[in-house]
Ligand binder design. Structure first.
Ligand code: 2AM
Ligand code: CA
Ligand code: CA
Ligand code: CA
Length: 269
């Protein structure tokens, strides 16, 4: 078993997350170099790269044996989760960062032998830090978050999803999604998966479905949400891989049951 000093790594990671966030915040109004990746709406900026490089340098100079799984290419070629792996998205919600200058986050998780031990999601412009250590509860800044309520029904819940999936779409079976949308009280879409998990943890929204999230989009949020009793799995019911893109559903277990009763989640992918 790998040695893991949860408290000291947590304190070090927190310092780096707050520092990286302060740098982004101080340059929010500077002109951006915006490039595209897989398609015209898949954006990346110099600040995504600069921030990831900041974390990679800091981690490598402090923890030589740790590995990094991250979005923008400064990490390692990670094919398994043995040992200590930092899973990092330097800016989650790049479209929000570019267009709205708010509602984006740094997402940083530390896993040990495949187990999520530490999660940080930092809403940079709000200066709001969501954080958790495995087994010790989830926090929004200094405030401990309450366990999720047991009794909420689908009809009184808010569902987060990408509204484009409710329109005819070759990749996703849109009819069950439309039925679900018509059953819940309302839908929301915030544009940052990491923050969406934190809103679940806060209890201000209730369930989340997304089809193509990467490990760095979800790792920290999953650690945080689990601490209030939330469950996240693949839409097939299988465990998350944290190694490649997974279709995910996330909610209190009772709501996950209600969603899977209502529509066959396995048909959604
Ligand atoms: P990103 O901003 O780090 O790319 C947007 O709905 C959410 O989905 C964000 O968390 C975004 O992360 C994530 N996402 C994952 N893959 C994406 C892609 N190919 N294009 C746009 N957003 C993506
Ligand atoms: Ca991206
Ligand atoms: Ca992301
Ligand atoms: Ca990103």
């Amino acid at each position: 078993m790998t040695q893991f000093d949860q408290e000291s790594i947590y304190q070090q990671a927190k310092e780096w997350v707050l520092e990286a966030g302060a740098i982004i915040r101080s340059s929010i109004d500077q002109p951006r170099e915006v490039d595209t990746k897989e398609n015209a709406n898949d954006l990346v900026t110099e600040m995504d790269k600069q921030t990831e490089e900041y974390f990679a340098k800091a981690i490598r100079s402090t923890y030589q044996e740790h590995r990094i799984l991250s979005e923008e290419g400064f990490g390692d070629d990670v094919q398994d989760l043995d040992g200590v792996v930092w899973i990092i998205d330097p800016i989650d919600g790049t479209m929000n960062f570019v267009h709205q200058k708010q509602t984006f986050a740094i997402s940083l998780a530390v896993f040990c032998d495949g187990v999520g031990e530490i999660g940080f999601v930092y809403d940079v412009m709000a200066d709001c830090l969501y954080h958790a250590k495995k087994g010790q509860g989830a926090y929004k800044n200094e405030k401990k978050l309450d366990p999720l309520p047991e009794s909420k029904t689908l009809e009184e819940s808010l569902l987060m999803l990408n509204t484009i999936w409710c329109t005819p779409n070759k990749k996703v079976a849109d009819e069950p999604i439309r039925d679900l949308v018509q059953t819940v009280r309302g839908t929301r879409s915030y544009g940052s998966a990491a923050l969406e998990f934190c809103y679940l943890a806060e209890g201000i929204v209730d369930s989340y479905i997304s089809f193509k999230l990467q490990p760095w989009d979800i790792a920290a949020g999953v650690v945080i949400f689990k601490e209030v009793g939330g469950v996240t799995s693949q839409t097939t019911g299988e465990r998350l891989t944290f190694l490649h893109q997974d279709p995910i559903v996330s909610a209190h277990p009772n709501l996950i049951n209600a969603i899977s009763d209502y529509i066959e989640l396995k048909y959604l992918i």
